[in-house]
Design a protein around this ligand. Sequence first.
Ligand SMILES: Cc1cc2nc3c(=O)[nH]c(=O)nc-3n(C[C@H](O)[C@H](O)[C@H](O)COP(=O)(O)OP(=O)(O)OC[C@H]3O[C@@H](n4cnc5c(N)ncnc54)[C@H](O)[C@@H]3O)c2cc1C
Length: 429
Amino acid sequence: MAKELKKDISEVVEQYLCHSCGSCFTSCGHDSISYSKTVAGYLFPKIDYDTCTNCGLCYDICSGEHFNESLVAKTPSDPFVGDVIGTYIGKSTDEFIYKNSQSGGIVTSILTYLLDSKKISAAIVTTMNSDYMPDSKGIVITSSKELLEAQKSKYIPTNITSLLPKIEKIDGNIAMVGLSCHMHGLENLIKIKKKLNSKIIKIGLVCDRVMLHSSIEFLSKRVTNSKVDNFVFRDTSNSKYPGDITVYSDNKINILDKSYRKTMKNYFTPARCYLCFDKMNIYSDIVVGDPHGFDGIDRDNGESLVITRTSLGESIVQEVIIANTILLRDASFELAIEGQDINGKRKKWNANYRAWEELGYKLPSYPKDVIENSIVAEKKDIEKAKKALKHSLKLDKYITREELIKDANDFYENKTSKKSIFSFIKKLF
Ligand SMILES: Cc1cc2nc3c(=O)[nH]c(=O)nc-3n(C[C@H](O)[C@H](O)[C@H](O)COP(=O)(O)OP(=O)(O)OC[C@H]3O[C@@H](n4cnc5c(N)ncnc54)[C@H](O)[C@@H]3O)c2cc1C
């Protein structure tokens, strides 16, 4: 009788449940997994069935598809908010790090302190490479000087947990800066890589979503058809916080207004991001984001919101304050949650989750507390969610990237001309 085949991550990819974290690569003992981009710019794993032994481990640890027992056990009673020890707002005291940062340079300053004081031996961070069209790339760094090139947010999928085999070989503690999908992947992986549990300091970023890699191509092509040397989603060195888009090409700095990013955000959102409940990165030791909703913020240059979730995270933040590497003031956790519109997230997530099921796709399996803490969406919200999800899937139906970019251009022109007609009519009355 033929042996029954075990499930593998191809099934997860087919259902668009992969969130591109990189953990399946780390789980594979046979180097059978590699990553490539789809037409729309989803970053998905691919299995080489010539070397795959069908052990099923990649499926077993996939947090895009399910949370395993240890991750379920670590889930706080309200998963949309998470546990908290301290909430702060502030910035780096290092002028260069601050100027080169996304919000307040807190992430880079904490890592600099940890590396320079030898509290960690290495850190996993995300930088941009410079292919014909730049792309994000996870790297393992061992010196604080290397941190500068990793500053600023890359709003595209990056499979950084695929770097974990590299850090397993390094003595001492490691810090990983990641989105919630990376932390979910890491936690599920701990089931088979127990040593990682005590070794990694988790610095999480608040994250509502990434954008598909094709967004970089669309935005770059608005200003150049040449090779793009670097691409910055939010560049505060050429514009005020939160920063316009900068496309570096032909030795020229091309600035695109931030409204392009806002107008096209939904267009380029991957389906899987709509299904994620964890905007506040609840499994991290320290979480850093933008201080939305607070008064008295330095709006011209930026500041960071900092939430400590574990005693380890809190003690690190206190040490970094004492070392005068960062300057923080106390802030209200409730205001931080309100500023990130978590009640809106509870409702939108519920609508997306139900819409995904109604479209006939497999749901990611989350702890029951997630459903219980969401807000039941109305029929009209579910219908709206279906439209957005179908759009995300449609982008991968294009045969070529060029066709997709053309559609994105049409969408942009249509949306902005409707907006200007609307504001013209408004002015008349
Ligand atoms: C995809 C994404 C979505 C975000 N969404 C929100 C949001 O909705 N609300 C909010 O308040 N904040 C959000 N943030 C966080 C915010 O943009 C800043 O990253 C955060 O405030 C830290 O700023 P900083 O100045 O301290 O970091 P910096 O000193 O500039 O360092 C940035 C760090 O982020 C890491 N990083 C950059 N891109 C990625 C990536 N794609 N994956 C993993 N690590 C990465 C780098 O490795 C670097 O260590 C998001 C960030 C990202 C990357």
